[in-house]
Design a protein around this ligand. Structure first.
Ligand code: NAD
Length: 285
């Protein structure tokens, strides 16, 4: 039976560290703050934004929410980003994705000042991740790295397979594991022999968006299995990209859904907000 890596437990430890750091910064007159923009009425996005607010409250980070209507224009959204870019009391800016279809997502991400880009989606921050020299970390992959550290899972020389090549999870995940000297393979929808590639992995990270995509026959005995997927089923329950019940019997470590990677993403966001506040107040790099 696999050891369950509890995102709740690890994220609490990270958030506690962040809270301590925030308290220290406040003593120096610095109050980290995060502005979250939500456009439209996507129910899942509303839940995420609410969870981010709760985490800010826990850490002592000032949170500002900008809830914009579905009909918001590109110009209005860009104006808000510009205003927040220029507001010295705002350290981090996050625009909750996905945006309604009529809006240009990449243009908005590109407009956020790199120093305030707590999601690390701006091309400048993406470039830093490629080089391996970064201050702002991509939240989900970085949260997963935190889980590896917490559990003492060593990646050096390991065969790691990431399933999914999105800009927000798959690609940066591969880069962070590469930096730890893993041998990394990225699989995606065009990959041939995916099953064989995954079956040779010491560590599998599934970020596909298909419920129970990774089955027990695909993983090798003792593999570390990280499930990024958040899929809402017809009964309203959440399901990951991994067949948890079956893989749990074969893996050495596994993350549950919910309560796995999700809380880590938010904890890293808190960390990034503090990093942004420190950079803007010349306390860090
Ligand atoms: P995405 O839709 O942008 O990318 C999915 C990737 O899966 C693509 O690269 C695609 O090539 C690959 N893929 C699709 N079908 C495939 C197949 N049959 N075989 C192999 N690869 C295939 O998704 P994303 O934004 O990276 O998100 C992936 C999942 O992770 C979603 O369920 C999403 O909700 C979840 N997610 C969770 C968190 C978190 O904090 N836990 C954060 C971000 C995303």
């Amino acid at each position: 039976m696999a050891k369950i890596i509890s995102g709740k437990e690890v994220s609490l430890a990270v958030k506690q560290e962040v809270a301590d750091e925030v308290a220290q910064l406040k003593n120096e007159g610095i109050e980290p703050s995060l502005a979250v923009i939500l456009v439209g009425n996507d129910p899942a996005s509303k839940v995420y934004v609410n969870n981010k607010k709760k985490a800010c409250d826990f850490c002592g980070i000032r949170s500002l929410e900008f809830l914009l209507g579905e009909e918001t224009t590109q110009e209005e959204l860009m104006e808000l980003v510009e205003r927040l870019n220029n507001d010295e009391t705002v350290n981090g800016i996050l625009c909750q994705l996905p945006l309604p279809k009529h809006l240009d997502e990449q243009a908005v991400l590109n407009a956020i000042k790199p120093q305030k880009d707590v999601d690390a989606f701006h091309p400048e921050n993406v470039g830093h991740i490629m080089i391996g020299d970064y201050a702002m970390l991509p939240c989900t992959p970085s949260g997963i790295m935190e889980m590896f550290r917490y559990e003492g899972i060593e990646l050096d020389g390991k065969n790691c397979v990431v399933i999914g090549r999105s800009n927000i999870v798959g690609k940066p995940m591969a880069m962070l594991m590469l930096k730890e000297n893993a041998t990394v393979t990225i699989c995606h929808s065009h990959t041939e022999n995916l099953k064989k590639i995954v079956s040779e992995a010491d560590v599998v990270v599934a970020a596909v968006g298909i419920p129970k995509f990774v089955t027990a026959d695909m993983i090798k005995d003792g593999a570390v299995v990280i499930d990024v997927g958040i899929n809402r089923m017809e009964d309203g329950k959440l399901c990951g990209d991994v067949d948890y019940e079956a893989c749990e019997k074969k893996a050495s470590y596994i993350t549950p859904v919910p309560g796995g990677v999700g809380p880590m993403t938010i904890a890293t966001l808190m960390k990034n907000t503090v990093t942004a506040a420190k950079i803007q107040n010349k306390r860090g790099k």
